[in-house]
Design a protein around this ligand. Structure first.
Ligand code: NAD
Ligand code: MG
Length: 300
């Protein structure tokens, strides 16, 4: 083989932006269209190969960041996709819905707040009606808000984080399971913080540990019904969540510098993991957490 025949190889360490990043505070929940640089969710790069042909997926947090990259990848792999997001994120969501349609798939936008059980039930019911059923449920919605000291962590904030990250996951899975046929799967998003909690994210980290634990237990419980349950544990990824209160702005400026890559991941770099977990090729994979943490080996 001559050098001219080799594929175009790209060094992954330098492939995407590295810190320093500009400080860029946004009000919660943040818009990715206003970030600098704008996160890469595969809009122009992700190429599918029919790995999820005919699947019907409900993805929470599908407007931006990791959930957006998953929604784009799923559609290009042949899935019809419903996304949930907050009404304030409609402009980000509209871009995703257009990209799903551009891929030739059905796109359904279902805005609303998952901190309410009644809405979670309605969300699943609407996805089932509009997609004609669901085979994959992916939870990417999440709330992360730092507090430097436990005395600064209000009960309201603690409750907000637990409602978004844990209660909603419970309500959504409970509503989805009756619709999931053998061969279906559930994918939840946990975090490196489930294993190595940092000191200013006590409430967030405990929810992510809870999600990882739920994945392991539910995976065992639901496999007899033919439903696989897995989790993805991201390290630092460049998403709106990070610039609207998840971290102090000084951490945003150096975001990703602490991992082996010395840069954050871009959402497009984690979407293939969700695709693989949802695909029928992962038939023997359940109750597992797949860590994509920037080379730091968590979970180990
Ligand atoms: P993101 O801000 O793009 O996505 C989070 C989404 O959560 C928002 O777009 C919003 O639609 C949704 N959401 C929040 N509260 C909601 C509510 N009450 N009702 C409905 N939707 C709500 O950020 P992201 O980083 O892509 O986050 C996706 C997931 O990845 C989250 O669970 C997050 O905890 C997890 N995660 C992210 C990182 C990272 O470094 N970015 C690291 C580890 C884990
Ligand atoms: Mg968003």
């Amino acid at each position: 083989m001559s050098d001219n025949d080799r594929p175009d190889l790209i060094n992954p360490m330098t492939e995407y932006p590295a810190p320093p990043f500009p400080e860029q505070p946004q009000p919660w929940p943040g818009l990715q269209s206003k970030m600098r640089p704008i996160p890469d969710c595969g809009e122009t790069s992700y190429r599918g190969s029919g790995r999820l042909a005919g699947q019907r997926a409900l993805i929470t947090g599908g407007d931006s960041g990791i959930g957006r990259a998953v929604a784009i990848a799923f559609a290009r792999e042949g899935a019809d996709v419903a996304i949930n997001y907050l009404p304030a994120e409609q402009s980000d969501a509209d871009e995703v819905l257009n990209l799903i349609r551009d891929a030739g798939r059905t796109a359904v936008g279902l805005p609303g707040d998952i901190r309410e059980e009644a809405f979670c039930k309605q969300l699943v019911a609407d996805a089932v009606t509009q997609l004609g059923g669901i085979d994959t449920f992916v939870n990417c919605a999440g709330r992360q808000h730092y507090a430097r000291h436990i005395e600064e962590l209000s009960t309201e904030d603690f409750d907000w984080t637990l409602k978004t990250n844990l209660y909603a996951l419970f309500w959504l899975i409970k509503a989805a399971v009756p619709h999931l046929k053998p061969g279906s799967s559930i994918i939840a998003t946990t975090s490196r913080n489930a294993y190595q909690p940092i000191d200013i994210l006590i409430d967030y980290a405990l929810t992510k540990a809870g999600i990882a634990n739920m994945v392991r237990g539910l995976g065992k419980q639901l496999l007899p019904q033919g439903i696989r349950v897995n989790g993805v544990a991201p390290g630092p990824f460049w998403t709106p969540l990070q610039v609207c209160g998840a971290q102090p702005q000084s951490v945003v400026a150096e975001f990703g510098a602490d991992v082996v890559y010395k840069r954050p991941g871009q959402p497009v770099e984690i979407a293939p993991v969700y695709v693989t977990l949802a695909s029928p090729e992962a038939s023997y994979v359940t109750a597992q957490i797949w860590g994509i943490t920037g080379g730091n080996g968590v979970p180990g």
